[in-house]
Each structure stands twice: as structure tokens, then as C-alpha cells.
Design a protein around this ligand. Structure first.
Ligand code: FAD
Length: 302
């Protein structure tokens, strides 16, 4: 069996596998796609000590770093179930079962898409999902934020400090964000809030040039000219496959303690699939290191 088996090859999983392997223990990693969400991003400017890099390059370097160590790479495979007996058993979609003394779950998350025309086509050309990552690209420009929950309103407040104007579009008749965030939002001079509206299309060919939406009360359609659209309708953790094997929050995030351990002894988790706040590369890598060291600590005590 493995000492540590990591599931997921994004920043959190890669970091966990490297930290585990550097302890000289038997380490494996189940990788669906090296790099995870990083593959979907173009410019990365907030991975400290690297001024600028691009997603696919970053993903390739993650893989290279993992391959530098004695780590069993189980590639192009997905885990479908965890079970606990004397060891932890990981069933793969291929039908194989792997056994390990500890497991680190690092299956990440995915942004919920709007599913309107233009969204996919204009991704990285003005359609964005992460204000911490892409906000500065819209300095002095007009942007829309789709979604009036906490993440949408936080994004709108954040962007209002950079963009010339921010329009918030919420599907429901009221914003769902906390009162205190709404108060802050409404105190800002360069923000417009549209409620009870449905986004129909993101407009543009080379770059985003606008958005088309319908007033849900009247059905009347309108267009707004702008340069950026931030979609903030939810980040969904990739944890459905775990069922109720480990404790999760109501959002499906795996609950971990300060060492990355879940509600099940010997099972750790790291990165965007957990309840650790702020979903960023540098944060998920840190939590991958924490989980690996937590797993090592567990191994030397059992
Ligand atoms: P992920 O990157 O989601 O990786 C999880 C991996 O697990 C994936 O490879 C997935 O395929 C795999 N997996 C899922 N289910 C299974 C399964 N059942 N079995 C096996 N494998 C599985 N952050 C920044 O810091 N800076 C940025 O500029 C930035 N830009 C971004 C731009 C975009 C468009 C997006 C979407 C995100 C961006 N982020 C950025 C956020 C950053 O990418 C994430 O915080 C980070 O990738 C999380 O790492 P992770 O390893 O926890 O999860």
C-alpha cells in the first residue's frame, strides 16, 4: 500500500505529493489532468516570486516538479469512491482499487457557468471568474458582475475600486448578499444594481463589448456597453463523488482542521475542495503542504 495517496493533480495535489515524497515515504498521485483549473487561465500575476506566467506553462511546470520525485503517477484516472477498512481504499472509475495508509483529497472546484452565448467564446477575452486574479486587467474600464450573492457583491465592491463603472445583474428580485455588503455597495458612486434581470448574451467577437439582458418583469431587452464580465454565480467543489464519507459544509466543501485532516482519521484534504477560505493557487499549494505534513505526522504516530 501507499503511505500517502493524493487524489487530484492541481496546485494543491501537486504540492501535497511533493511534500510527502520529500519525507521519503511511498507516495502516489491520481491525476485526471495536471494543473487543474490553472489550465483554464491565461495570465497569472499573483503567484509570488513569479511576476508573470501563463496557465498551461504553469501546469507543465507543476507536472515536471512532481516527476522530479519518486512519486507513482496514476495518470488519466479519476477516483469514484473512498472506503475505510484497515487501510483506506480508493476505487477508480477504471475499476481498479488502490490502497493507502493516508489519503489527501485535492479534487478542486469548478466555477458555475452562466451558459449563455458568448460566455465560452469570450473566456479570457473579457469574461472572467476571479476578481483577485483578473480585476487589475479592467483598471479604468466598465465591467458587469453577474450574481448578487456574497461573492458577487464582494467582487463588485472590489472591482469598483479599479473599474470606471460596475453594473451588478441579479436574476432574483433582491440581492442575496449580507446586509453589510449591500450597504457598502450602495455607498459607492460608480455602481449600478439591476435586479430581476436575466443575462441573455455576452457580446463581442475579439473582446467583450457588451451584454444583453432582459427585464424579467416586462420581458423587455436591453444592452449595456462594457469591457468585462465577471461571472459570480458560485464555485462548486468537486466533492460529489465522496457522498457522505467525510463531513462537508452545506456548500459541499470538505471540512478540515488546521492540519488538513477531515472528519475521517487518516483522510486529509487540501485546496479548493475544502472549507479553507479564498480560492487561489498560492493558498491551495500552502494547504497541500499542510495536508502532507499532517499526513506524515499521523503516520509517525500510528
Ligand atoms: P484544481 O485546480 O481544481 O485541481 C483539482 C484537480 O483534481 C483537477 O485536475 C481535477 O480534474 C481533478 N479531479 C477532480 N475530481 C477528481 C476525481 N474524482 N478523481 C481524480 N481527480 C479529480 N488563482 C490564482 O492564484 N491566480 C490566478 O490568476 C487565477 N486565475 C484563475 C482563472 C480561472 C479562469 C480559474 C478557473 C481559476 C483561477 N485561479 C487563480 C484559481 C486557481 O486556479 C485555483 O484556486 C487552484 O487551481 C485550486 O487548486 P486545487 O488543486 O485545489 O484544485
Amino acid at each position: 500500500p501507499y503511505d500517502v495517496l493524493v487524489i487530484g493533480g492541481g496546485p494543491a495535489g501537486a504540492s501535497a505529493a511533493i511534500y510527502a515524497a520529500r519525507k521519503g515515504i511511498r507516495t502516489g498521485i491520481v491525476v485526471d489532468r495536471f494543473g487543474g483549473q490553472v489550465n483554464d487561465t491565461l495570465g497569472i500575476e499573483n503567484f509570488i516570486s513569479v511576476k508573470y506566467t501563463e496557465g498551461p506553462k504553469f501546469a507543465a511546470q507543476l507536472e515536471e516538479h512532481v516527476r522530479h520525485y519518486n512519486i507513482d503517477i496514476i495518470k488519466s484516472q479519476r477516483a469514484k469512491q473512498l472506503r475505510k477498512g484497515d487501510l483506506i481504499e480508493v476505487d477508480l472509475e477504471s475499476g481498479a482499487t488502490l490502497k493507502s495508509k493516508t489519503v489527501i483529497i485535492a479534487t478542486g472546484a469548478r466555477w458555475r457557468n452562466l451558459g449563455v452565448p458568448g460566455e465560452k467564446e469570450l473566456q479570457t477575452k473579457g469574461v472572467a471568474y476571479c476578481p483577485h486574479c483578473d480585476g487589475p486587467l479592467f483598471q479604468g474600464k466598465r465591467v458587469a458582475v453577474i450574481g448578487g450573492g456574497n461573492s458577487g457583491i464582494e467582487a463588485a465592491i472590489d472591482l469598483a475600486g479599479l473599474a470606471s463603472h460596475v453594473t451588478v445583474l441579479e436574476f432574483l428580485p433582491q440581492l442575496k448578499a449580507d446586509e453589510i455588503l449591500q450597504k457598502r455597495l450602495f455607498s459607492l458612486p460608480n455602481v449600478t444594481v439591476l435586479t430581476n434581470v436575466e443575462t441573455k448574451e455576452i457580446l463581442g467577437t475579439e473582446r467583450v463589448t457588451g451584454i444583453r439582458y432582459a427585464d424579467r418583469a416586462t420581458g423587455e431587452e436591453h444592452q449595456l456597453e462594457l469591457e468585462g464580465v465577471f461571472v459570480q454565480i458560485g464555485l462548486v467543489p468537486n466533492t460529489e463523488w465522496l457522498g457522505d464519507f467525510v463531513e462537508k459544509t452545506r456548500f459541499g466543501e470538505i471540512v478540515v482542521d488546521s492540519r488538513g485532516q477531515t472528519s475521517v482519521e487518516g483522510v486529509f484534504a487540501a485546496g479548493d475542495c475544502t472549507n479553507v477560505p479564498y480560492k487561489q493557487i498560492i493558498i491551495s499549494m500552502g494547504s497541500g503542504a499542510t495536508a502532507a505534513l499532517g499526513a506524515f505526522d499521523y503516520l509517525i504516530r500510528h
